[in-house]
Design a protein around this ligand. Structure first.
Ligand SMILES: *Cc1c(COP(=O)(O)O)cnc(C)c1O
Length: 443
């Protein structure tokens, strides 16, 4: 039987005797290259016939432990770590849609992800059809074309905390031969495992809750290992590739021939990681493994505090609206019943550690509030053990065109909080004094 989540967060992917010379914490293999020992072994390593390490852009022992541990925690068959969340998001989307493919995505997403699909991917021949509400399955279905490859969504959107209907989207995607790619950064695998509900590929910014200490950038792509990449929609998976073939013996194979259901992850690793080179450093992997050890405990505490703060915000007269799907009043206004059902079926332990709220008085008051907080830090990050506050319209979603931003609920009057590990009473006191300072004499 598979062990519990907290146990796997501490142990999986690492045997201290065979992998670390007995060291309790995973050693940092700070080395560009590794001894290949003999010519025959070097040849087998280069051909991918045996697992091992030769050069750290291809694989590194410290990074490998993080990959194996995250694959275990997400319930996937394998994972590839990258230098940042955006490296993971961009590589996963390109790997699915490369060669004139299309994507379907909501606008309710991390700002840089929207910008990537909207303004940059078209230069590479990849188009995205945006939909206002990703849970409107009829609208999503109507956008599917012959060259559509994948549906992309955030499981819990940043900063609205709207919950994606992963089972509904998976069913729709699979009926049409599309892959479902989910950004699971906000809830982390402690609160939600999209693969359990039908997702094919999961991506993360491991900079956030997985790391938990705001001290290193990273990303990961996890593959469920069950999608049929040979269904006719993904020609890139069936084209012969020299890098995985044996030219001397005249045999040319495709990623699909060589890896079957694991073709996607191998293609990301062999093409995107090796060519664009956005590898995670061993030191980052070490820091993120250390953070990961306390993921369950941190997130459980932060969810409780986020719920307390969301309820407190509802009592502040100058707060117009609270977005936190963890409480009924904070759920996305679209289809309230559906959000209730998704919260209880997909996220019974809580929806995450960020929340956002709209205040009276617009941007002038937003500025005063972020300038008045003393305990909360004014920073563009989430999932840190310190509580962070930010004005998304000017900072994290700045590059998103205004109509998209407004449709995602990111107006000038919005403030986002990423809840950390401080005592809830201290955070409430800080918010109260910031509101008092901001609205003194103003209303
Ligand atoms: C932060 C974030 C990203 C990008 O991650 P980086 O590590 O900053 O590159 C992608 N998606 C979501 C939901 C995020 O919060």
């Amino acid at each position: 039987m598979s062990k519990g989540f907290a146990t796997r967060a501490v142990h999986d992917g690492y045997d201290c005797q065979s992998q670390g010379g007995g060291a309790a914490s995973v050693p940092i293999y700070q080395s560009a290259a590794f001894d290949m020992v003999t010519a025959d072994r070097g040849d087998a390593l280069a051909a991918g016939e045996i697992q091992g390490f030769s050069y750290s852009r291809l694989a590194n022992p410290t990074v490998k432990v993080l990959e194996d541990r995250l694959a275990s925690l997400e319930g996937g068959k394998g994972a590839v770590a990258m230098a940042s969340g955006m490296a993971a998001v961009s590589s996963a989307l390109m790997c699915a849609a490369e060669g004139s493919g299309r994507l379907i995505s909501p606008v309710d997403l991390y700002g840089t992800s929207v910008d990537t699909m909207k303004t940059f991917f078209p230069n590479f021949g990849i188009e995205t059809d945006f939909v206002d509400d990703i849970n409107d399955l009829e609208a999503v279905e109507s956008l599917i074309q012959d060259n559509t490859r994948a549906i992309f969504a955030e499981s819990v959107a940043n900063p609205s905390t709207a919950i994606a209907d992963i089972p509904g989207l998976a069913d729709l995607a699979h009926r049409h031969g599309l892959a479902l790619i989910i950004d699971n950064t906000v809830p982390t695998p402690y609160l939600l495992k999209p693969i359990d509900f039908g997702a094919d590929i999961v991506v993360h910014s491991t900079t956030k809750g997985i790391s938990g200490h705001g001290n290193a950038l990273g990303g990961v792509i996890v593959d469920a290992g069950r999608f049929d990449w040979g269904n006719g929609r993904f020609p890139q998976m069936s084209q012969p590739e020299l890098i995985i073939s044996d030219e001397r013996h005249g045999s040319m194979v495709s990623f699909l021939d060589a890896f079957g259901k694991m073709a996607f992850l191998h293609r990301v690793h062999t093409k995107y990681l090796h060519t664009f080179g956005a590898v995670m450093s061993p030191f980052t992997a070490y820091l993120q493994l250390t953070g990961l050890e306390t993921l369950a405990q941190r997130v459980a505490t932060e969810v409780k505090t986020a719920t307390t703060l969301a309820r407190h915000l509802l009592t502040i007269p100058q707060v117009e609206r609270v977005n936190y799907s963890g409480i009924p009043e904070g759920r996305h206004q679209g289809d309230a019943d559906q959000q209730d059902r998704l919260a209880s079926t997909l996220l019974p332990k809580g929806v995450g550690t960020i929340l956002s709220f709209r205040v009276q008085g617009g941007y002038e008051q937003v500025k005063r509030i972020v300038d008045s907080v003393r305990l909360m830090s004014y920073m563009p990050n989430i999932g840190d053990c310190r509580t962070l506050i930010v004005d998304p319209a000017r900072i994290t979603h700045r590059e998103v065109p205004e109509p998209y931003r407004l449709s995602a609920g990111v107006g000038d009057d919005l403030i986002r909080i990423s809840v950390g590990l401080e005592n809830p009473d201290d955070l409430i006191a800080d918010l109260d004094q910031a509101f008092a300072a901001a609205y003194q004499g103003a209303l």
